[in-house]
Design a binder for this molecule. Sequence first.
Ligand code: CAA
Length: 714
Amino acid sequence: MLKVQRGFQRYLGRFLSSSNSNMSVDYSVQGSVAVLEVNNPPVNALSHGVRLGLKTGVEQASRDRNVRSVVIIGKGQTFPAGADIREFGKPSKEPWLTEVGMAIEASPKPVVAAIHGTCLGGGLEIALFSHYRIAVPSARVGFPEVALGLLPGAGGTQRLSRLTGLPVAMDMISSGRHVPIKKAKEYGIIDEIVTGDLMKAALKFAQSIQGRPLKDRCLMFKVVPNADKLEEFTSAAMAQVKKKYKGYEAPVVCIQTVRASAELPYEEGMKLERDLFLQLQGSGQARAQQYAFFAERAVSRWVMPGGSYKTAKPLPVRSTAVIGAGTMGSGIAVCLLSAGLPVYLLEQNEKVCMILNFKPTLNYSDLKDVDLVIEAVFENLDLKRDVFSKLDKICKPSAILCTNTSTIDINRISTATSRPDKVVGTHFFAPAYHMRLLENIYGTQTSPDTVATVMKLGKTINKVPVLVKSCHGFLANRMNGPFNTESLFLVEEGASPQEIDQVNEDFGMPMGPFKVRDLSGIDISWRINREVAKALGTTITKETKFLGGNRYCGLNDDFFEKGRYGRKTGKGWYLYEKVGGKIPTVDSETEEIINSYRQRRGIIKRKITPQEIFERQFYSCINEGFRILEEGICNTPEEIDISWIYGFSYPKFRGGPMFYASQIGLKRVYDRICHYHETCPYSIHWVPSRLLKKLAENDVPFSQWANHISKSRM
Ligand code: CAA
């Protein structure tokens, strides 16, 4: 345990230099007002230096006879956006945030929090300890700690409810949502919305409240309104978080702690909050969620041969086009449109064009001036090459040509054009308007500027872009391959689809692989398998047991032949309440299809434990992840983890497959992979990765994987 924590601290340390313990608050007196200006870019996080500076500043203002009120304000882009996450897990240095807050609340002179940007977490706690709060219209407030596996640990859970009442406090703290300032005023969090220069408005406001009695403005003396409805509010909030944040510990603890604000005296509530904060902070979920926070930011620091995020220049994208108005194409168009980008949607079928509310077109010539095109036609190399060759002839020379292919090597598509440097993969995940991963793929000739353009575009359309090198299946689908095929082999050998789905859902995946198959369509995977076979120069028959030298399971084909395509036909691996239905139930015909398949192939059903189900799906995918790293398809484990979190809704509280592997222990993972390699010799994906072997044998902690990854490629 201790080792894991130390490793994790070293991991966080990789991201930033050690925190500045000098005071990071500028103190000045303007007339009769003391101004404490927090100066800790980029987000004015409440590091030790800021806490010290605020406490010292408030005390100095109390002593200064010329000062009659105090303003706390952030320099630069924001009011403090929370505690300094880099300090978590390190020995805490006084003053703690609660002590700072208590000094503010105890000030004999009124303290005004003047808010702009994002006033979050510990920042909002500082504001709630202040006697007054004013803000500019564009500011937002919130308690996002829950997203880091925590609760607000400096009075937030005990004080917000005294101001807003229980339902709002429970909702804000358990969801972590950012509240726009107009709403925050309605909730009673903000006293006044000010326009124009915030400093001037704050000084004016601070002068206007000088000499007023302060006791009424101290939240610790207030009682929580409507506390008699405590049970009703708590059960409603609990039911909501258990449904919405299944598997996450922090939202439940947040509700329990806010509840205590109405049940316990203030000091006892504060103590309970502290204890529960420390309990959550020591949990595996908080470690994983904090890792994911930094990992999400780390993936934007991309590197490729010949360029990086530091050197490459994104080209301007003012107009776009999407080729193909199928499910993916129209979803992508909605993403672009939502970000304010004009979109041409090119489609062959006139009927499809009529129903869409943006620039539909049947003519390639309309695309001659667009800056960027995303092709989203059916997954077929010849078809894609044909589209790219047409685009190359029509589009202006500077236009970037993207493909939404989910598997095909970009180099095989880019050679259909005279501008392979401007061809790049932009792989969206279904449903495209909802899933946040944008897997950007570079080919051997893609230029860094082209990559910079699609990485920037990803952010513009509110996606999380991850850069990978082209190979068959890229990162996400390549790892998903063994994960999915193992689930089929497990059914072949004896497990039921619902047993497998249950193991996945218990782990935290929102849906098991069989429910996902029913959602995405069994006919689609049937068609893709035929494309794969065609590319390999072979065909799939009832007897096919190997495809491209790898073990093949034909169960999916049997379901396809029975017309069971999934939700769209009302039945697939499960039975649905109607065609297009969403509620799966177990169907006896499913069992019959599986049994007759086993009989035909002479397979004797055996009992498979949940542990084996878990290991075969999740460890095979981890093994593939290590191969992806050793081959240089991506550079860091963070890129893999973020791809799974945002591409396949992998539970954030597990950190991602690679982080999770580090928490189980690589030696254990490696040993089990070797075991399955011996027992399932015909599955190529069980051949243990060399990199994994080396890391496991040398017991390398997660924070030092990076060195070994780069050496493994030399
Ligand atoms: N501590 C330390 N570093 C932080 C930080 C924090 N609270 N918040 C952001 N940063 C760092 C980021 O890691 C990033 O660093 P790099 O540039 O080195 O990658 C940099 O600040 C800028 O952050 P973003 O790229 O995220 O910038 P943005 O403008 O897109 O978003 C933001 C700004 C909305 C504030 C976002 O950074 C954010 O949501 N931060 C986290 C806020 C948070 O969770 N606060 C609660 C902290 S826990 C707490 O306060 C507990 C308590 O009660 C005691």
